[in-house]
Ligand binder design. Structure first.
Ligand SMILES: [Zn+2]
Length: 185
């Protein structure tokens, strides 16, 4: 239950006109994410080292609701060592084309660009997307209700330790879920 059914308009603002250039997900200038103009949500909250964005096409209410769930999840973890980080949500219909363009596995619902200090998360981690859920379950063998936490923890394994190895990032992710913190090795 939410105290307010309406999204707090003050917490969501569009990118400034000057920042409305396009950029690829691998090379976004600071303040912009996604390959088309994104809007930025709620950077003024207590976890101010994090910036939250939604890629173009994300409805405002969904953007706010999904960011709230992401923020609640992140607050379960000790992330003091992470510093500034950008979280970008992308609609599932845009996810595949974007990931194929940057040469990444489109069956993965999340990825991190260490150089940009940014993690991209697919909409399907937050809501059931017909067709997509089956693919993710087949590939990852993780119940849909647990996939968001698993994916975010895995990406934090990359992020917190600047880790590029997938197996090690998964190990860190498991450690984060089990103990709320990661000891980089
Ligand atoms: Zn990974």
């Amino acid at each position: 239950m939410s105290a307010s059914a309406q999204p707090d308009a003050a917490l969501v603002h569009t990118a400034p006109a000057s920042g409305r250039a396009t950029c690829g997900v691998e090379s976004c200038p600071p303040g912009l994410s996604g390959d088309r103009p994104a809007f930025r949500a709620s950077a003024e909250k207590e976890d101010s080292q994090f910036e939250y964005y939604c890629h173009t096409g994300y409805a405002l209410t969904e953007c706010v609701a999904h960011h709230d769930r992401l923020r609640a999840l992140l607050m379960k973890f000790n992330l003091r060592n992470l510093g500034q980080w950008r979280w970008v949500l992308v609609r599932s219909e845009d996810w595949g084309p974007i990931l194929r363009r940057v040469g990444r596995d489109a069956d993965s619902p999340a990825f991190t660009v260490l150089e940009n200090r940014a993690t991209f998360l697919e909409e399907a981690l937050f809501v059931a997307v017909p067709g997509r859920d089956h693919t993710l379950l087949e590939k990852w063998r993780i119940p849909p209700s647990e996939l968001l936490e698993y994916a975010v923890a895995h990406e934090l394994g990359h992020a917190v330790c600047s880790e590029r190895d997938e197996r090690q990032a998964s190990a860190y992710g498991r450690e984060l879920i089990d103990s709320s913190a990661i000891q980089c090795r």
